[in-house]
Design a protein around this ligand. Structure first.
Ligand code: NAD
Ligand code: TYD
Length: 348
């Protein structure tokens, strides 16, 4: 039985990846390593926690001794690395936290993998899950390809770019077998309500203001999280060693248009009059260094691995809103305590 380490599996995307691997691969034992920061929530994967091919480990990837001992003990065959500080706004107020987890934490995993995989690295794989934000900002036209030069603008994207470079450098220098994917903005169930879509769903439910940064003309390319998990499965198994793949939704939206669509769908579901939720929109001070536009050319993963998004944005958004409405308890739990203190500090 192969032993696969998934990091960050209690978070948003990681929870969908862990669920998929535990359910689909009885021949793997999945180890989910997560520090359970404010963004990690074991409720996200409660349905699979008793599976015989699954083990949860609470631990911090920044702790090198702990990581080395873990790799020595379990001799993992593969790593899918998602653990990260993931929110741009937090990276602006506390950049060092992003260097610690995203750069040092990734380095610790790379060093540990390199140490245990010296002899027969051919059947091993270090999969680094990254973001399209490493490419910087697009103007009104064009798409990010795998050869677009890195040009990160936020402390978050700079830390992800740095970790991507280290992964590639370990491949070149030490022959570490790796793949990297750079994915566009995800949305879906388990999304922490600090990011645009879940924050606004939560605020609409609670009749709170919807803080649109600047003029709202910023553009993102949205992908349903389950389609990202499917892509990760494909790349982990069939992607070429030492290659990068871009993953995107073919689905660009200006923030303000997306928010209006969300408001319309929520009005319908909450039985409100048409236009009621839109009244909550407030334009607030812009995010410093705000990237104008992200958009992915996902033709490489499409041609080589046959991947494309399986749901339209309207379907995915509809399912996402339904999930949040059916899981108001989850929303209440994650918006209490530490998170609510942070939220008040940012927005009150
Ligand atoms: P998230 O913030 O929801 O979850 C991150 C998880 O990592 C949490 O469970 C947290 O507890 C854990 N974690 C944080 N620091 C840790 C540490 N030091 N040690 C161990 N665990 C730690 O993030 P997400 O949105 O699910 O993103 C997952 C990965 O995908 C990240 O690497 C992110 O850069 C990348 N990504 C995210 C998006 C997106 O739209 N959310 C898009 C592309 C790529
Ligand atoms: P976010 O979900 O934080 O993702 P990212 O910054 O990684 O793309 O933000 C998505 C877009 O929405 C981005 O242009 C910033 C904007 N935004 C707001 O206008 N208001 C908000 O409260 C948040 C969280 C984001």
């Amino acid at each position: 039985m192969k032993k696969i380490l998934i990091t960050g599996g209690a978070g948003f995307i990681g929870s969908h990846v862990v669920r998929r691997f535990v359910k689909n691969y009885a021949n793997y034992h999945i180890f989910n390593l997560d520090a359970l920061t404010y963004a990690g929530n074991l409720e996200n994967i409660a349905d699979i926690e008793k599976s015989s091919n699954y083990t949860f480990i609470k631990g911090d990837i920044v702790n090198a001794d702990f990581i080395n001992q873990l790799f020595e003990k379990h001799q993992f065959d593969g790593v899918i690395h998602l653990a990260a500080e993931s929110h741009v706004d937090r990276s602006i107020t506390d950049p060092l936290a992003f260097v610690k987890t995203n750069v040092i934490g990734t380095m610790n995993l790379l060093n540990a993998a390199k140490t245990i995989w010296t002899n027969d690295a051919n059947d091993k794989r270090f999969y680094h899950v990254s973001t399209d934000e490493v490419y910087g900002s697009l103007g009104a036209t064009g798409l990010f390809t795998e050869t677009t030069p890195y040009d990160p603008n936020s402390p978050y994207s700079a830390s992800k770019a740095s970790s991507d470079h280290f992964v590639r450098a370990y491949g070149e220098t030490y022959g570490l077998p790796y793949v990297i994917t750079n994915c566009s903005n995800n949305y879906g169930p388990n999304h922490f309500p600090e990011k645009l879509i879940p924050l606004f769903i939560n605020n609409i439910i609670n009749n709170k203001a919807l803080p649109v940064y600047g003029d709202g003309k910023y553009t993102r390319d949205w992908l349903y999280v389950i389609d990202h998990a499917i892509a990760i499965d494909l790349v982990f198994h069939n992607g070429k060693n030492h290659e990068t793949y871009n993953i995107g939704g073919f689905n660009e939206w200006q923030n303000i248009d997306l928010v209006r669509l969300l408001c319309r769908q929520m009005d319908g579901k909450l039985g409100r009059e048409a236009g009621e939720s839109e009244k909550l929109i407030t334009h607030v001070k812009d995010r410093p260094g705000h990237d104008l536009r992200y958009a992915i050319d996902a033709s490489k993963i499409n041609k080589e691995l046959g991947w494309k998004p399986s749901v339209t944005f309207e379907e995915g958004l509809n399912q996402t809103i339904d999930w949040f409405l059916a899981n108001e308890e989850w929303l209440k739990n994650v918006t209490s305590g530490e998170y609510s203190k942070y939220y008040e500090k940012q927005y009150s």
